[in-house]
Design a protein around this ligand. Structure first.
Ligand code: SF4
Length: 317
């Protein structure tokens, strides 16, 4: 069953030079009991998508159009008061860079208590007991509840952030780059934790790291320049990539199965989203470019059951 249905979502940032089309007409679903990965290079719109799902787009950004249905209700049509009841309770986020996401002048436990008491009428003492249990459940010594964010290591802070996001038993957890900036050993611990979390809650995992996505996710959306260019199961994306950009990303990344291979970077740079390339946004970098690619918008083609690619020649390449 779909917990989240996103249809035609567009998020633009208004600048003096014009609209930056950070997310431009994307649609996807996240189902109960599964982890959906959103992958792509920096600046492709992954984090903007996550913030839009929470209705936390900072100004001068705005959601221009689209539906975001959480358990059937369009959160884009909710008042801010209604949204406050949903945010952190039904849909929750573990932010990228937990160092900056915590309030530096409040203890870790105090912040988890606040998250709990915003949605539940429980005493401070009971909420604090829960905070300690939550920290323990993510492998952080509950004694750290009385400490300030700067007193915890990066890995502990990241785990504490995940425990705070889980404090109200959300239906959907969005985890934005949960392993970035952690050393390899701590990354492995956080990944193990994410797998445990994933067995309890629907999750959207945002990462530029394809090995993290392949380790955790059931289905994957690949984003490029504000668009979803490929969508399918992890097996489809990692074994049978259909979009030239996905192929390029996979060739530029060390093999997720650990085999040695020659790494090849994708030529060129991601486009300026103020004036994105015409028709297929990947066309200036695509090795399969044909004239039609820069003049006609590519269709989303179903290359195999439930495996889609936004390319004129998907399935032929
Ligand atoms: Fe490449 Fe053309 Fe497909 Fe775009 S539509 S990805 S340019 S082949």
């Amino acid at each position: 069953m779909a917990i989240l249905e996103v249809k035609g979502l567009r998020v633009y940032f208004e600048t003096v030079r014009g609209s930056v089309k950070a997310v431009d007409d994307i649609s996807f679903t996240a189902n109960e009991g599964e982890a959906l990965g959103i992958a792509g290079e920096s600046g492709c719109g992954k984090t903007t998508t996550a913030l839009a799902l929470m209705r936390l787009i900072p100004k001068p950004g705005r959601v221009v159009s689209g539906e975001v249905r959480l358990n059937g209700k369009d959160i884009m049509k909710m008042s801010e008061a209604e949204m406050r009841k949903v945010r952190w309770k039904d849909i929750s986020i573990a932010f990228q860079g937990s160092l900056n996401a915590f309030n530096p002048v409040q203890t870790i436990g105090g912040q988890i208590v606040e998250a709990i008491r915003t949605h539940e009428d429980v005493s401070k003492a009971k909420a604090f007991d829960r905070a300690r249990q939550l920290l323990q459940s993510v492998g952080v010594d509950p004694g750290n509840a009385d400490r300030y964010p700067h007193e915890l290591s990066g890995g502990m802070k990241q785990r504490a952030m995940i425990s705070m996001a889980m404090a109200n038993n959300p239906d959907l957890l969005v985890a934005d780059e949960p392993t970035t900036a952690l050393d390899v050993i701590v990354q492995a611990q956080v990944l193990k934790l994410m797998k445990r979390v994933q067995s309890k809650v629907a999750m959207i995992l945002i990462s530029h790291d394809l090995s993290v996505i392949s380790e955790i996710c059931d289905r994957v959306a690949i984003m490029y320049a504000g668009k979803i260019v490929e969508f399918g199961t992890s097996e489809d994306i990692f074994s049978r990539p259909a979009h030239p950009y996905t192929r390029g990303l996979l060739s530029a990344f060390p093999s997720v199965s650990g085999e040695k291979k020659h790494l090849e970077a994708i030529k060129g740079n991601p486009p300026d989203l103020l004036t994105p390339p015409s028709a297929c946004r990947f066309h200036p970098r695509c090795p399969y470019y044909k004239e039609k690619c820069s003049t006609v918008d590519p269709p989303m083609i179903e290359v195999s059951p439930k495996h889609f690619a936004l390319c004129h020649f998907a399935g032929e390449i």
